[in-house]
Write a protein that binds this ligand. Sequence first.
Ligand code: HDD
Length: 695
Amino acid sequence: MSFAYEEPQGPGGETRQSAGGDVAVMTTQQGVPVSDNQNSLKQGARGPTLLEDFHFREKMFHFDHERIPERVVHARGYAAHGYFELTDSLADVTRADVFQRVGEKTPAFVRFSTVAGSKGSVDLARDVRGFAVKLYTQEGNWDLVGNNIPVFFIQDAMKFPDLIHAAKPEPDRAFPQAQTAHDNFWDFISLTPESFHMIMWAMSDRAIPRSFRTMEGFGVHTFRLLDAQGRSTFVKFHWKPKQGLQSVLWNEAVKINGADPDFHRRDLWDAINSGDYPEWELGVQLFDDAFAESFDFDVLDATKLIPEELVPVRVVGRLVLDRVVDNFFAETEQVAFCTQNVPPGIDFSNDPLLQGRNFSYLDTQIKRLGGPNFTHIPINAPKCPMHHFQQDGHMAMRNPKGRANYEPNSWGPTDGGPREDPARGFTTFEEVADGPKQRIRSETFADHYSQARQFFVSQTPIEQKHIGDALVFELSKVERPDIRLRTLSHLLNVDEGLAATVADGLGMALPDRARAACAPITDLPPSEKLSIVRNGPATFKGRKLGILLTDGADAKLFAALVKAIEKEGAVYEVIAPKIAGVTLSDGKTVAAKQKIDGGPSVLYDAVALVVSAEGAALLANDAPAKDFVTDAFAHCKFIGFSAEAQPLFAKAGIADDLDEACLPLTSARDATAFLEACRTLRHWPRELEVDLDAQ
Ligand code: HDD
């Protein structure tokens, strides 16, 4: 994607020669060549600056207007280009052009985001992640504006402003930033029982993903697919990462935020630029009215999912991100996703959250991007032909040509402009709706706890522990005991064991359980797909090993490690006492990517300590080196180490605790075995030894 402005050119179209050689000459926005970009125009060397200085005024005026309002939610985000390739035709159920021809690629732009934090907030906030996909199909843009969690906090869009106000910094004090751990959020949540299914997800490790590349995406709502006859099939959309699911630990997230607040965006940038293109499968759950009728819950209720055991996910395509943006503002910041952007063959359901979103997104873009012509911005413009009579407005770039700007008209086929086409055009499912106008919540939305419980019982024990820990952490930041108690009263309806754990963690007695809006539908069976740990990767591919090196470290061992990493498709960074690098045992120098203070182990999926005896002795006196080892151990990471590293373990206080995920590295074979062991990502049993909450 190119800039809106072209490179300045000379009058004859040639690039102008600057005094310095073959460099384009700087110009004003009007194309006037600039002679001096260092000094304003003055009356004498020490005199006042002159109003006449149009270069200064233009430069300053433009700078003063550089900012646009940040998104009211999902302000912090990062995006990339790629494509969607159809692998299984859906022509049997939809006429959507994008789902017709197997092998065809559709250009895509995908923006990931956090919800609550402002634009400059940290990447590892505990938060839902946005997963917004724009597909530039041949029959118009399709925006699937989803999240990495398949359900939502609320059922009716009417409550969205309240939810977001409660989650954002409190209005009088303007903190806390990018956190739900405060009174207003939990006050709202504890008064909104429908949110408890989503709360289970938000308190799970889903809300602290290792990478955008290791999280799922969901369209959340039930949509409709329509065939050429207008017949409807319900659909839910899923994006499944080929990289497998992976998250970090909360204690790790807190430290990552300090060490590298851009952890996720850097990860995406690095992966794509190194040719390791992230990829997701597009899966669909297709179902009909009969299923919808028989399902325990209402398919229009966005606080419910349909377990994959009930309706399997059919994989129909793949999404590949293979190009970073040329310019963050032009593309990532100005991209405007709108849920109402659907091409013929895809339609909405009556989900009241979706219906409300269809108003909100268009509305917000007008405010954010300054007018109705945001579709003229290249990142938002469809890549298929467009013909209509909409005109003028701020920043209009391409008004229709010719005399006719209305229809019907009698200017004939060449000058009269476009006409509607009932056969090809977008059609809406002819759903029959009847009933009194009323402000009401359907009784079919009333079960708030059954699926929350199903999610909880579907987690592995370590994941269940993390949910308990997260709830204790968040509620410990809540000042009002009554809000904590009210939250506990709902948790009792989700899982008594969980409620007891959280009450114990808070040091509070359990209250009575909250009165439920209806009796729980049923004790639902666990669903495999809801766990991250059960759906992790099979390899260490795309993961990052941190290698702590010192002068005199074993060169052969380092070379063997690098070879094993490359074979696995993983990457590594060298961390050293000095950024200039280290001289290994063979006399060769290896540059460091990080000085030890700037490369804590939280930035890596696993670590290797390849040190000499002198190096280890030196590092044993260094606090960051101690933290490097202590944290790697506490975060259940695999640790490979040369024999000389022992003093570091002693300093970190774990010399007697080393377990089977701490692997000695003495030979090339050890290096391979270590990388293979790292495929497990974490040695979870260790957490029970190192965490007070687990004892
Ligand atoms: Fe939303 C942005 C996802 C409910 C109103 N939303 C936004 C983005 C994502 C989502 C990923 C960022 C898009 C981007 O990267 O530019 N939102 C969701 C999901 C929801 C949801 C998955 C529930 C299923 N949202 C929701 C409701 C409303 C909104 C109920 C209002 C009625 N959302 C907005 C918004 C935003 C937005 C205010 C802010 C910036 C923007 O739209 O472009 O209109």
